[in-house]
Design a protein around this ligand. Structure first.
Ligand code: KIV
Ligand code: ZN
Length: 525
């Protein structure tokens, strides 16, 4: 890594570790593999695949990514404990290039209240951990947690000790999103001037977004010599999130003349990767989000449109196609054939296999019967719902609901099981969504508890599709499902049935090697 870090900024993606730590963002093993595949295609340099010692599920996910994803360095986080380091090294061992990332907090607040350790003890623990990690892995990164609130002179001592112990990358986290760009650049300047051996290491930056400055602070660090940026897709992460990958990458690309250094990212994959992560985590991207928000390239004001028509650069600093947004946001309809559909899907950056494409084309035809115009967002929603081979065993053949004022809503479903059974059930509820869910529960015999129900408009207009994300709990385990339709009750029922299907597959497969099992967490970071 070190030699490459001289001529470009190393992109260290932590969507699957710090991103996944965000409330409601936990992913199943299957979902993690899909995200890791997309990150590989995006050409990130390092994937932090998880925190192997956090739980057996996390270990399994890191190990599976290390075994299956070729290209990026695969990394696992570890506390400065022998057991954590051993597990991290073992989990990443199948990768062609692997890294262990050890961390311990260094700020006074953490020393006093969390660790109850003296400065010297922490330095010793950090250096011992790095040495131990180097014995089991060639590539070792160290992070002094809460670095931005650590006394600079003490931080310099810690960094010098871990470089001496063999850390090739030293990451400087703004763990609580407290710093500001000028101050953070000064800290990097200080470290570069005061740490013996700093020229032998890659300085890295890891910013949280509590004050909305994670990207700005990361850019300031790059200007001051950082050559690795830790970031996440859509900026997901603890609390207000992490530095957003798409924003930092496009800032470096768009202002290349200012920063004088770029990344190896295939920026045309940014948009599809963002959509994938949003869909899997259920964390929707705000319409006005920089780079990947729906409005990021939409020009509404007449004067802007006039300028755009004359010359795009009047109001556009990036080309939509450079981030993977196809230029035309229009329009397939019911007369469009499979060929046009396939081409559009490819232009949007998706590469479904034949079965997925067939399923998506069927859904497209069905939707085109109901909706006048199909926009790119419709196509994306269809394709993402068709991806993966996690179908069935239950298929919804029909759903009817009725509702009105002063009377309970009713719902009836007709489901078919892959073993050939056909089941019809009806139920009443407080509204049509509840009635449909109860009917599905009766038909399948599975009664999960609804924890969250969110509706998101895929496009605008009165025939727009709604995407429903449900979070359900069953036997102490949390599941998330998505469904799309122009009818939000149907979208909700599809999302609900997706979860029931996951529960059925889990029951059929047995819990031990369940790819749908969300990884557990530890409470220490
Ligand atoms: O925010 C943080 O300090 C972290 C470290 C573990 C790198 O995520
Ligand atoms: Zn973090």
């Amino acid at each position: 890594m070190n030699e490459r870090a001289n001529d470009r900024v190393v992109i260290f993606d932590t969507t699957l570790r710090d991103g996944e730590q965000a409330p409601g963002c936990s992913m199943t093993l299957r979902e993690k593999l899909r995200v890791a595949t997309a990150l590989r295609d995006l050409k990130v340099d390092v994937i932090e695949a998880g925190f192997a010692a956090a739980s057996p599920g996390d270990f399994e996910a890191v190990a599976a990514i290390a075994a299956e994803i070729e290209g990026p360095v695969i990394c696992s986080l570890a506390r400065c404990h022998p057991d954590d380091i051993e597990k991290a090294a073992k989990a990443v061992a199948p990768a062609r290039r692997s890294r262990v990332h050890v961390f311990v907090a260094t700020s006074e607040i953490h020393r006093k209240y969390k660790l109850e350790m003296a400065k010297d003890e922490i330095i010793k623990r950090a250096a011992d951990a790095v040495r131990m990690a180097r014995e089991v892995c060639d590539d070792v990164e160290f992070s002094p947690e809460d670095a931005s609130r650590t006394e600079p002179a003490y931080l310099a001592e810690v960094v010098a000790a871990v470089i001496e112990a063999g850390a090739q990358t030293v990451n400087i986290p703004d763990t609580v999103g407290y710093t500001v760009p000028g101050e953070f650049a000064e800290l990097f300047d200080y470290l570069r001037q005061h740490v013996p051996g700093v020229e032998r290491t890659v300085l890295s930056v890891h910013c949280h977004n509590d004050l909305g400055m994670a990207v700005a602070n990361s850019l300031a660090a790059v200007s001051a010599g950082a050559r690795q940026v830790e970031c996440t897709i859509n900026g997901i992460g603890e609390r207000a999130g992490n530095c957003s990958l798409e924003e930092i990458v496009m800032a470096l690309k768009t202002r290349a003349e200012y920063f004088g250094i770029g990344t190896g990212i295939d920026t045309r994959k940014l948009y599809p990767t963002s959509r994938l992560v949003a869909q899997i985590t259920g964390m929707h991207v705000p319409r006005n989000k920089a780079i990947v928000g729906e409005n990021a390239f939409a020009h509404e004001a007449g004067i802007h449109q006039h300028g755009m028509l004359k010359h795009a650069s009047t109001y556009e600093i990036m080309r939509p196609e450079d981030v993977g947004l196809s230029k035309s946001n229009l329009i397939l309809g019911k007369h469009s054939g499979r060929h046009a559909f396939r081409e559009r899907v490819g232009q949007l950056g998706f590469t479904p296999n034949d079965a997925e494409l067939n399923r998506a084309f069927e859904a497209f035809k069905e939707l085109a019967d109901r909706k006048k115009e199909l926009f790119d967002a419709d196509i994306e929603a269809i394709i993402m719902n068709a991806e993966g081979d996690d179908r069935g065993p239950w298929i919804m053949e029909a759903l009817h609901t009725s509702t009105g004022t002063g009377a309970p809503a009713t719902g009836s479903v007709h489901l078919r099981h892959e073993d050939g059974r056909a089941v019809e059930e009806a139920a009443v509820g407080d509204g049509p969504v509840e009635a449909a869910f109860k009917a599905i529960e009766r038909a399948t015999g599975i009664e999960p508890e609804l924890k969250n129900f969110e509706v998101h408009g895929v496009t605008v207009g009165d025939d727009a599709q709604g995407e429903v994300t449900v979070t359900l709990e069953y036997n102490g385990r949390s599941y998330r499902g998505n469904g799309i339709s122009t009818d939000i009750v149907e979208a909700g029922a599809r999302a609900f049935l997706e979860v029931i299907n996951r529960i059925c597959r889990r029951q059929a497969a047995g819990a031990a090697d369940d790819p749908d099992k969300p990884a557990g967490k530890v409470a220490t970071i």
